[in-house]
Design a protein. Structure first.
Ligand code: IMP
Ligand code: MG
Length: 207
């Protein structure tokens, strides 16, 4: 699996220079890797009765690009998760929107933007398993392994990334930066200015 460590990061567009430290994964690299993930998933899921369950809202771009590479019939569903924590302790993941598709006996692919502490994916997988899918697989674009608190590994992972707060390609900080077509490291002063007591590199935040 590729590590997101480009030798030389491309220039940041002027409008974002004050907020972003560097581009970690350029648009072209994302596109290549998403296509590869799509091929792997196609191979494993083709011919199955598949439901793709995406976790809102950070999967918006990844999901849209990924499912374009899945050339078989599937159903699409969404779950919402919030994380409430205090101080530097990451909160528990709470479901704010439940899946509505009938997943009993079906093959389920759960899609999330980033695997961080692991609480979100663990919580969602546990909840979906209650409905007795035939098989449940997980797919994340990014994996910040250093932050894991729960022993969980995604079945399909786009990139391993270092322990830094990233934005773009659907990922946000305070609902901003989701529209960036690349993945970039946010300058620490941006999140420290927003809330010095709760830097997001230590505080899990699901959205
Ligand atoms: P986990 O429950 O700690 O694994 O957190 C997963 C969720 O936290 C993701 O779905 C993201 O919404 C959010 N998150 C974790 N790290 C980052 C980051 O670096 N940037 C933006 N969002 C993040
Ligand atoms: Mg998310």
């Amino acid at each position: 699996m590729p590590k997101a460590t480009p030798a030389k990061s491309p220039p940041i567009p002027p409008a974002w220079r004050s907020d972003l430290d560097r581009i970690l994964i350029p648009q072209t690299e994302i596109a290549k890797r998403v296509e590869q993930l799509g091929l792997e998933i196609r191979r494993d899921f083709a011919g199955r009765d598949t439901v793709v369950v995406a976790i809102l809202n950070g999967t918006v771009m990844f999901l849209a690009d990924l499912i374009r590479h899945l050339d078989f019939p599937l159903k699409l569903d969404f779950v919402g998760v919030s994380s409430y924590g205090t101080g530097t302790t990451p909160g528990e993941a709470l479901l704010t929107k439940h899946a509505s598709a009938d997943i009993r006996g079906r093959d389920v692919l759960v899609v999330d933007d980033i695997l961080d502490t692991g609480k979100t994916l663990d919580r969602v997988s546990l909840q979906l398993r209650q409905f007795r899918p035939r098989r449940l697989r997980t797919c994340v674009l990014l994996d910040k392994k250093a932050r894991r608190q729960i022993k969980i590994k995604a079945d399909y992972t786009g990139f391993q990334i270092p322990n830094e707060f990233v934005v773009g390609y659907g990922l946000d900080f305070a609902e901003r930066y989701r529209n960036l077509p690349f993945i970039a490291v946010l300058k620490p002063e941006i999140f420290l200015a927003a809330d010095p007591a709760r830097p997001p590199v230590r505080q899990a935040k699901a959205s």
